[in-house]
Ligand binder design. Structure first.
Ligand code: ADP
Ligand code: MG
Length: 244
């Protein structure tokens, strides 16, 4: 079980409020999309789940358990970023298995898990290649392989496709949706692309920046069609391109 819950979460940097009054429950196995303009705290929200930032106030729970103070490596959360830095001198198998190697897992287990991840992502034939011998799309899949190899309960995607050209973006979007069908995990996907938000999410959470460090970020949460048809305010309507 990997339900994620934000309970009255706040975050400040140098006493400047970035996130306030954040209450949100993401269901086990759900794919939720966070949208909102640059600087409104989306990455910070993900980083607090992953344990790369601590909350200033409030609590975050994963699977009903508070993760406050828990090291990132004990949270069973995988984060996928924009830039996929693969190790150029390692094979695909070496790249995918690297997190397990770092965690000190035995070689036989690593080999098994790498094969399993490669099967999920159709990378089986490429395990012996190096990143330079792969297409852009294959490299992205290797990066996904590196995220799934540890069997995380939670996947956090922070604008993973924003540096890709249009064709690759469309194919990777499909790849992530396929991954979602094949493995069971709770997924949060940050984007500022309205089409991605509307097509990928079970639900969408619309974030706005705080005003002078006050108020709250979360403007509305709901299924894409709900938000589109009944936006809570003008900010949401504008962001999703609703008629009203
Ligand atoms: P988003 O991902 O929505 O673009 P971020 O979460 O990256 O927004 O940033 C939200 C705000 O917090 C921004 O004003 C950013 O400058 C600030 N911020 C983020 N991380 C730090 C940090 N480590 N130190 C100081 N300010 C930060
Ligand atoms: Mg960001």
């Amino acid at each position: 079980m990997a339900e994620i819950e934000f309970k009255s979460v706040a975050k400040s940097f140098d006493k400047v409020g970035v996130i306030a009054g954040l209450d949100l429950r993401v269901q086990d196995g759900e794919f939720i999309v966070f949208v909102g303009p640059s600087g409104c705290g989306k990455s910070t929200a993900l980083r607090m789940i992953a344990g790369l930032e601590e909350t200033t106030a409030g609590d975050i729970q994963i699977g009903g358990r508070s993760v406050t103070g828990l090291a990132p490596s004990d949270r069973n959360v995988a984060m996928v970023f924009q830039s996929y830095a693969l190790y150029p001198h390692m094979t695909v198998a070496g790249n995918i298995g690297f997190p397990l190697k770092m965690a000190g897992r035995p070689a036989a287990e690593i080999a098994l898990r790498v094969k399993e991840a490669a099967d999920v992502l159709d990378l089986g034939p490429y395990l012996g290649r190096r990143p330079a011998q792969l297409s852009g799309g294959q490299r992205q899949r290797v990066a996904l392989g590196r995220a799934i190899v540890r069997h995380p309960d939670v996947f956090l995607f922070d604008e993973p496709l924003s540096n890709l050209d249009a064709d690759l973006r469309v194919s990777m979007r499909g790849e992530i949706m396929r991954l979602r069908e094949r493995i069971r995990a709770t997924m949060i996907y940050v984007t500022h692309d309205q089409t991605e938000a509307m097509t990928m999410g079970d639900r969408i959470a619309v974030f706005a920046p705080l005003k002078d460090g006050h108020g709250r970020n979360l403007m509305q949460v709901g299924r894409p069609e709900e938000l589109y048809e009944r936006p809570a305010n003008l900010f949401v309507a504008r962001f999703l391109g609703s008629p009203k």
